[in-house]
Unconditional design. Structure first.
Length: 458
């Protein structure tokens, strides 16, 4: 059996493959240790090539070795083949076909971070923290996340069957999902009530901030915005620069986020820019365990600056930054290079953002709704022969409305949908109530300051 000794050549090849990698911080002792390990690797590869029961595909074997090396570091570092790299770029541009889900590997088990709203995974009922045990009958134990992504994606209209386990279930549940094109639009928005707007960000793509500002402008043409609910629930993240610019939309000054890595160039700070008093209305941000990464950057910045109220449940806790390094032949290396910190210096890695107001999402049922809305008390107006209030402003307003033309059917239908959403979503209802309170406080504070200024002038 021939054993080949060419560790120095391998190390030189490594440097040629990764010309941007700095070796200045590597000591002579570490370099020699690397030589020895690479020599062992080369010998193992040589033995496999000559003695394995079947002829091996060397390129595929080397790719598997690189993937395994990165997987041993953390769940988010990975080797991207040329095809994987292209798909990742498509994803950040918001243009790919699959089931619409963000996943990670936890303790060797494929775990759902969150489904993207309006996608096949969302419609199939998948939830954050679901465990994907099988994909098309194949066990996912120790399967790299990029490999799982490849298996979950596919042409529009094709099927994929996954076996999932959820906390509290007694057995696995098989779900067959039809793949579809994942929506390009990451922003939706409307008025929940006059003056109180709602905007949902499903993920952070290349056009997210631009779309957010366009949506805000569109809403402002329909009426003044007195307060905004920004919904980041089940938003798995995306581009760092978009998270920063979204947070910047609602801040006038100060730090948004900073990163710290091993190398000086990985230490970066990102500051807010003055918006000239624009978008400074009361703000509520909805989060849950499916809000991760870029979503946590936005929520953390808003929370630390006390710019708004964070409502919901504790977030996922992905506080690391991945850098994509292009490689020869169109491949790429997704490498964790830094941790990010909120303006107050909090690392949320594996801890997440704890909401200011914790509100667990309650499953909606008709029975629960009946208990919630049925009165268990009697008012004056419920008493027989009660004296009418002829000066009731609400009744006067109702009388005025009755003589006005009826609202358009489209407007009525939209309001019904909003009412239905509020009825079924207790976190959203809580957020709206808090937003109204913030608006009242702001109006009171503004009127008090105005009155004080007028008294000073007298």
């Amino acid at each position: 059996m021939k054993i080949y000794h060419f560790s120095s050549l391998l190390f030189l090849s490594f440097l040629l493959l990764f010309p941007g990698i700095s070796t200045a911080a590597i000591s002579q002792e570490e370099r020699e240790a690397t030589y020895r390990q690479l020599e062992i690797f080369a010998n193992v590869l040589s033995i496999l090539q000559e003695n394995y029961v079947e002829e091996i595909d060397t390129d595929e074997t080397l790719e598997g070795a690189i993937s395994g090396m990165l997987l041993s570091l953390d769940p988010h570092s990975s080797y991207l083949t040329a095809k994987d790299f292209d798909e990742l770029q498509d994803e950040t541009r918001g243009n790919f076909s699959g089931i619409g889900i963000e996943i990670t590997v936890r303790d060797g088990i494929l775990t759902v971070i969150s489904p993207i709203e309006g996608t096949p995974a969302d419609e199939a009922g998948l939830q954050a923290k679901d465990l994907i045990v099988k994909i098309n009958g194949e066990l996912t134990k120790n399967m790299p996340s990029m490999e799982a992504v490849k298996r979950l994606r596919g042409p529009k209209g094709s099927e994929v069957t996954i076996s999932i386990y959820r906390d509290g279930w007694q057995e696995l549940k098989e779900i067959t999902i039809i793949r579809n094109t994942i929506p390009l639009q990451s922003i939706t928005g409307l008025f929940l009530e006059p003056g109180f707007a709602y905007i949902r960000i499903t993920n952070f793509q290349g056009q997210t901030t631009k779309d957010l500002k366009n949506k805000l402008g569109e809403l402002e043409t329909k009426g003044p915005v007195k307060g905004l609910i920004l919904d980041l629930r089940n938003n798995p993240g995306g581009l760092l620069d978009q998270a920063i610019s979204v947070a910047d939309t609602f801040l006038e000054e100060g730090l948004i986020v900073y990163t710290k890595g091993r190398l000086p160039e990985q230490n970066m700070t990102f500051q807010a820019h003055a918006n000239n008093g624009k978008n400074l209305y009361p703000l509520v941000i909805l989060v849950n365990e499916g809000a991760a990464s870029a979503s946590e950057i936005v929520a953390g910045a808003i929370q630390d600056h006390k710019r708004g109220v964070i409502v919901g449940t504790q977030t996922f806790g992905k506080g690391s930054v991945q850098t994509i390094l292009p490689m020869p032949d169109g491949a790429g290396l997704r490498l964790t290079t830094a941790r990010y910190y909120t303006p107050n210096g909090r690392s949320i890695q594996a801890t997440g953002i704890v909401p200011d107001v914790e509100v667990p999402l309650l499953p909606y049922t008709e029975q629960a709704e009946e208990k919630r809305v049925l009165p268990d008390f009697v008012r004056e107006a419920d008493l027989k022969n009660h004296i009418l209030n002829r000066d009731d402003p609400a009744k006067k307003q109702a009388g005025e409305k009755s003589s006005a033309p009826e609202a358009a059917d489209d407007d009525s239908k939209e309001q019904q949908e909003i009412n239905e959403r509020l009825k079924k979503d207790n976190q959203l209802r809580t957020g709206l109530n808090i937003l109204k309170s913030l608006n009242l406080y702001t109006e009171y504070k503004t009127s008090s300051e105005l009155e004080n200024d007028q008294q000073k002038l007298r």
